[in-house]
Design a protein around this ligand. Structure first.
Ligand code: AOF
Ligand code: ZN
Length: 353
């Protein structure tokens, strides 16, 4: 399919991908999308991009800038134009009304609601070419694509551990297992997800805030939804329920990971950051519902205390759960007295699921 794009259109697609990735676009339920309009000679007429849920789609942004100059030209867009009226109107219709002759897009729309734009355009007599730089477009919206394809949010499980595999001391204290550098790194990763998830026991025992904070421990930026799951009752005074913090909080009264993810998906959540405890981690792992693991290893020993994950039903080494390492990074100390920590990023293989 991609074979049909001209050199000018391929260049325009690269530019549209850059526009889609413009800094400062708020993360939310919508994908990042860019659009470049070309005249019949292949010269750029207008550019546009999407600025988050509720704002005009990339195609409409570019069409608005082009005015009457869009007629007879080509729209180059990183996602198949939408076919639906959601928070805004259908882009396929907008392109038809503007008199565009040709549409070149990268990724096919993976959503149930908005797919079918290519067919609508073709039915209106417009030439349509899909799949141009599709891999790059999909990479740009990898988590969004995953959530729509799988019908559930992408799950990152994060934990901290000592070199002897302990996540808390025998008395339950766990607050300072990882270094300051590792904790700052965790907040950077939290900021990229839209949901924090912990078990009810973790809330009862550790009372975490689950906010994204800066180096001074002050909440910054858009805050994820704070979700806790489990049947146990929790005090309204638990820190995660703090109504003064944006992002909101929810208690999911279930023990079933799949059910919890379904409820979160119903709230348009795409990326869950699972932060404990060991029972919840084991439940997600054994259900095949962990898509990425991030672990911070701190160079000290406890000898006893809680392990990061509860029983996985593994009794012999050949049954070990062996995710694939995708990254290893040493987190250098940020100040005197601090030791380096090591961050592993791992992906469970599909066969483990
Ligand atoms: C975007 N931006 O530039 C394009 C999108 O809820 P709505 O009405 O904003 O529609 C969102 C859907 O529209 C989205 O999931 C995707 O399928 C399609 N195209 N969305 O947010 C855009 N072109
Ligand atoms: Zn649209």
């Amino acid at each position: 399919m991609a074979g049909g794009a001209s050199a000018a259109e391929a260049t325009a697609m690269s530019r549209a991908l850059e526009l889609a990735a413009t800094d400062g676009v708020p993360r939310g339920p919508n994908p990042r999308v860019g659009c470049v309009l070309l005249d019949p000679e292949g010269a750029v007429v207008a550019e546009g991009y999407h600025r988050g849920a509720g704002t005009p789609h990339a195609e409409v942004d570019a069409l608005t800038r082009a005015g009457s100059r869009a007629g007879g030209g080509t729209a180059v867009v990183t996602l198949e134009p939408c076919n639906h009226t959601g928070r805004t109107g259908p882009c396929a219709e907008a392109l038809i009304s503007a008199g565009v002759h040709r549409v070149v897009f990268a990724q096919s729309d993976p959503t149930e609601a908005a797919a079918g734009g290519a067919e609508t355009l073709r039915a209106a007599g417009i030439e349509v070419v899909g799949g141009v730089l599709a891999d790059r477009a999909q990479q740009l919206n990898a988590v969004w694509t995953f959530a729509h394809r799988e019908g559930r949010p992408f799950v990152t499980w994060k934990f901290a551990s000592t070199i002897d595999g302990r996540s808390a001391a025998a008395d339950g204290t766990s607050r300072w297992v990882s270094s300051r550098a590792a904790r700052l790194d965790t907040h950077r990763l939290r900021a990229q997800c839209d949901t924090m998830l912990v078990g009810a026991n973790t809330v009862a025992v550790d009372d975490p805030a689950l906010t994204v904070r800066d180096e001074h421990d002050v909440p910054v930026g858009r805050q994820p939804l704070r979700a806790v799951m489990g049947l146990r009752d929790l005090p309204a005074t638990a820190r995660i329920f703090d109504t003064g913090v944006p992002g909101g909080a929810v208690h999911l009264r279930t023990r079933d990971p799949r059910e919890a993810l379904a409820v979160l998906r119903g709230r348009e959540r795409q990326h869950v950051f699972l932060e404990g405890g060991p029972t919840l981690a084991a439940a997600f792992l054994t259900a095949g519902l962990v898509d990425e693991i991030v672990v911070y290893v701190a160079p000290f020993l406890l000898g006893s205390g809680r392990s990061a994950v509860a029983d996985l039903g593994i009794t012999t080494i050949s049954e070990a759960f062996r995710p694939e390492v995708t990254d290893v990074t040493v987190l250098a100390p940020t100040g005197p007295g601090e030791q380096p920590n090591v961050r592993f990023t791992l992906t469970p293989s599909r066969e483990d699921h």
